[in-house]
Design a protein around this ligand. Structure first.
Ligand SMILES: *[C@@H]1O[C@H](CO)[C@@H](O)[C@H](O)[C@H]1NC(C)=O
Ligand SMILES: *[C@@H]1O[C@H](CO)[C@@H](O)[C@H](O)[C@H]1NC(C)=O
Ligand SMILES: *[C@@H]1O[C@H](CO)[C@@H](O)[C@H](O)[C@H]1NC(C)=O
Length: 279
């Protein structure tokens, strides 16, 4: 008969001697592909089916909002791209859906409208002007590396686009979500505001991409986009350092923050800057 203390000692010894947790075959494959010496070695690590990516039915790499979805084939979702230097996203924009302003930190993009009218806009680095275009079905455009750009479906029915990238891990930096994810007082200062209330009020409305697009399109197509009714799960996580001020229940329930109401309700905002779970 073992004493409980001795039994505990055995258990601890057994646990510390046991091998690492069950390996993740998908992660192991990524490591093998990344470390393969040659492309021939990579091909031998993959099955034929691994060279196919189903954009229509993909579960991984999907960015979804009230205005549609974008499906990304990149090194993570489509490991056959490792070592190939290219990636692709297919966008399924609902009526008036907008792929909201964003940049790709590591790739230039060439976008093709498959079957409808899109508007697109691009702003590059300091000194470059705004480039504005309407793309009809069968037309394409280029978004230079690092530029802020968007595409919006101007049709009252869904439109599909295809975007190719000249790097296998292009990355996406969603402009509104990431900018408003900086410390609220820094955002306020950069916007020329004296307080953080308007920053916080706007931040909690930022809709998930793909979002509902321009008011003019929605009106023309008989659609409505009520303030605060789109999902907002893509906002920047809060840590000590970029935390939002605490807000009362009644203020957080309000879905219609505007700069006009912000000052009237600023008294509801606590000066304390402890991390808030309300946002
Ligand atoms: C950024 O752009 C503005 C306007 O083009 C220019 O005046 C400013 O000097 C630029 N800032 C930097 C750091 O290049
Ligand atoms: C420029 O943008 C506006 C607003 O999106 C659009 O209505 C207009 O058609 C665009 N101009 C061109 C030349 O595409
Ligand atoms: C474009 O293609 C999509 C997917 O097949 C379809 O749902 C949509 O209705 C098409 N849009 C137009 C404007 O033809």
């Amino acid at each position: 008969m073992f004493s409980p203390a001795l039994l505990l000692t055995f258990v601890i010894a057994a646990v510390s001697a046991s091998p690492a947790p069950a390996a993740d075959p998908a992660a192991d494959l990524l490591v093998s592909l990344k470390t393969a010496a040659t492309q021939a070695d990579r091909v031998n690590l993959l099955k034929d089916g691994d060279f196919k990516f189903d954009f229509i039915n993909a579960q991984a790499g999907v960015t979804k909002g009230a205005g549609g979805r974008a499906v990304a084939a990149n090194v993570k979702t489509f490991p056959a791209l490792i070592g190939q230097g290219v990636a692709m996203t297919v966008g399924f924009l609902e009526a008036c859906g907008m792929n909201t302003p964003h940049t790709h930190p590591r790739a230039t993009e060439i976008l093709y409208s498959v079957n409808g009218t899109l508007t697109s806009g691009t702003i590059g680095e300091n000194g470059s002007r705004f480039v504005n275009n309407t793309l009809y079905a069968g037309e394409g455009t280029v978004f230079p590396l690092g530029s802020i750009h968007f595409q919006a479906n101007e049709e009252c029915k869904p439109v599909t686009f295809v975007s190719a990238f000249n790097y296998e891990d292009p990355g996406t930096l969603s402009a509104a979500q990431r900018y408003f994810g900086l410390p609220p007082d820094v955002v306020a200062a950069s916007l020329g505001l004296s307080g953080v209330e308007e920053v916080v009020g706007l931040e909690h409305l930022i809709p998930d991409n793909i979002a509902l697009g321009r008011a003019e399109c929605l009106k023309r197509c008989g659609l409505t986009a009520n303030v605060g009714e789109q999902p907002t799960t893509q906002r920047q996580p809060r840590l000590p350092g970029n935390e939002l001020p605490v807000v009362s229940e009644s203020a957080s329930a309000s879905s219609a923050w505007t700069s006009a109401t912000a000052s009237a309700t600023s008294a509801k905002w606590s000066a304390s800057a402890s991390a808030s779970t309300a946002y």
